[in-house]
Design a protein around this ligand. Structure first.
Ligand code: FAD
Ligand code: MLT
Ligand code: ZN
Length: 489
């Protein structure tokens, strides 16, 4: 491949033929369920399925299939397995590690037509839905019932709940609602040979043997296609509020986090970190007025969710006064209404889009003990600068090295914003960043997964015994290796 000189196409995989396409056309029936670039020229229509959200990864697939039912997914996979055709499962294609697009000519199985809510139990809060439901759509449905989806992230308008499970997405309120490993009650999944595994359990407790569904949560489409999801949804809070703080140092950010946990305790639902560099980029792209008049090296967004608006506001106000009095926080503002609530969140949620807008981004999504969380950004910035790659003018490839993330979860997003992707930058960053993390027993993938981007680097966070066990699992569920090949295993 011109795109990936280090990776060879696996010759065991068949090339797509007109007969294959005829089989799929006949199976799926409707024209809208298949985009065929084999027997016709559909290059423009296929392009969005071949390239990822960041425009960093691009495949060369010639066939996109959009099954409408579990039975169709099963028949597609059985046929692919029998005929050695490689497959990439695809949800909303918002993944940030190159996992959701083909590397060569793998068939894309896109789940967007499987987008129905199947049932909702208003007493227990259990939602059963097809994997292709868009996260925001599922959350709107739940809002109408007084409930909330226990996951929220900036890509909510496009990502699928099946894709969220496949990446074990963390997002903005993990601090409050926990990981999908805890909230997902059951799944239906189709294995590589077409076997349908029905574990669509709706019970909170079920300790009968191995909890197999956990393997598929975070497997990034390498061992099966998730077709349905059963998930425990919490009651939607009647009152939500947001505070936005400016802070003078990362030490103060840590103090603010401790105070927030102590003083806001049960109503704290998010504690997000942003550095000045990331906020400057949002400002540059949106031109919006900043929430605080002065600039600070760090900002925190704190959200509360509770049942009593007056009580929560009082608590948040008292917290703000206390941390300002103690000098932990230099300045702060509270949202006064829904519009301000949204606009404060936009300063946090808008970072990814602003970075994407400005050019190529090298993204690292890491977990490190909180104490050292921001040191990685400073060390990386110094290294890029020392290499002569960082500067304000066009001759420098790197515009900024910034950090933000889910402080409450010890999860930092280190982002290197470039004017153009440049091999010199990549060489300065990798494996430096991964070594830095491994030295501190951190994780090189806190929430985005490994995909194609971190394929070579799994050993920095998982020992050979664990990688060996992962390979065994892969071979058990997908012995011919047709599911998402060339990615992390
Ligand atoms: P895709 O991108 O389509 O796929 C991702 C992976 O899952 C691929 O490996 C694919 O093969 C596999 N896959 C997809 N659907 C299925 C399925 N049904 N069965 C099996 N495998 C499947 N991530 C976070 O964790 N936290 C965040 O806060 C966050 N914020 C984001 C903000 C923005 C603006 C963007 C663009 C991305 C963000 N992400 C975040 C990353 C991304 O949105 C998540 O990883 C999301 O869960 C991916 O869902 P998707 O449907 O788009 O999946
Ligand atoms: C976020 O927290 O904003 C997302 O994980 C996306 C990103 O890392 O940019
Ligand atoms: Zn994140």
């Amino acid at each position: 491949s011109e795109t990936y000189p280090d990776i060879q196409r696996d010759k065991r995989f068949a090339q797509l033929t007109q007969e294959h396409v005829a089989f799929f056309r006949n199976l799926l029936g409707t024209d809208s369920a298949i985009i065929d670039g084999v027997t016709s020229d559909a290059a423009d229509d296929i392009e969005p399925f071949n390239s990822d959200w960041m425009r960093k990864y691009r495949g060369h697939c010639k066939l996109v299939l959009k099954p409408g039912s579990t039975d169709e997914v099963s028949k597609i996979l059985k046929y692919c397995n029998d005929n050695m055709l490689a497959v990439v499962p695809q949800g909303g294609n918002t993944g940030l590690v190159g996992g959701s697009v083909p590397v060569f000519d793998e068939i894309v199985v896109n789940m967007s037509r499987m987008n129905q809510i199947i049932e909702f139990d208003e007493v227990s809060g259990t939602l059963v839905a097809e994997a292709g439901c868009i996260l925001e759509g599922a959350d709107h449905f739940l809002a109408s019932k007084g409930y909330i989806f226990p996951l929220d992230l900036g890509a909510k308008g496009s990502c699928h709940i099946g894709g969220n499970l496949a990446t074990n997405a963390g997002g903005l309120r993990l601090l409050r609602y926990g990981s999908l490993h805890g909230t997902v009650l059951g799944i239906e999944v189709v294995l590589a040979d077409g076997t349908v595994v029905d574990d669509l359990c709706k019970l909170r407790k079920n300790n009968t043997g191995y909890d197999l569904k956990q393997l598929f949560i975070g497997a990034e489409g390498t061992i099966g296609i998730i077709t349905k999801v059963s998930i425990q949804c919490p009651q939607r809070s009647a009152a939500q509020n947001v505070a936005f703080f400016g802070l003078e140092s990362f030490d103060k950010v840590q103090q603010a986090f401790r105070e927030a946990k102590g003083q806001l305790s049960e109503i704290l639902s998010a504690f997000e970190l942003m550095d000045e560099g990331s906020q400057a980029l949002v400002r540059q792209v949106t031109n919006n007025k900043r929430p605080l008049e002065d600039q600070y090296p760090f900002y925190c967004l704190i959200e509360t969710s509770g049942s009593n608006a007056d009580h929560d506001s009082e608590k948040l106000q008292a917290f703000l006064e206390d941390v300002m009095e103690k000098g932990v926080v230099a300045d702060g503002t509270l949202a006064q209404d829904e519009t301000q609530y949204r606009s404060l969140w936009a300063w946090r949620e808008g970072i990814t889009e602003a970075l994407g807008h400005l050019g190529g981004v090298y993204k690292y999504d890491v977990s490190i003990p909180i104490k050292e969380l921001y040191q990685l950004v400073e060390d990386t910035r110094a290294r890029v600068d020392a290499a002569g790659l960082l500067g304000d003018t066009d001759e420098y490839p790197v515009r900024a090295v910034v950090g933000y993330g889910h402080m409450g979860d010890g999860n930092l997003h280190l982002n290197v914003s470039t004017r153009r992707f440049d091999e010199r930058v990549e060489k300065v960053l990798e494996p430096f960043v991964y070594e830095w993390i491994a030295e501190r027993q951190g994780s090189i993938s806190a929430e985005h997964g490994l995909g194609l981007m971190k394929k070579k680097y799994i050993g920095y966070s998982r020992n050979p015994t664990m990688v060996g066990l992962m390979r065994n699992i892969k071979n058990t569920f997908d012995p011919k290796g047709i599911l998402n090949p060339y990615k992390y295993l």
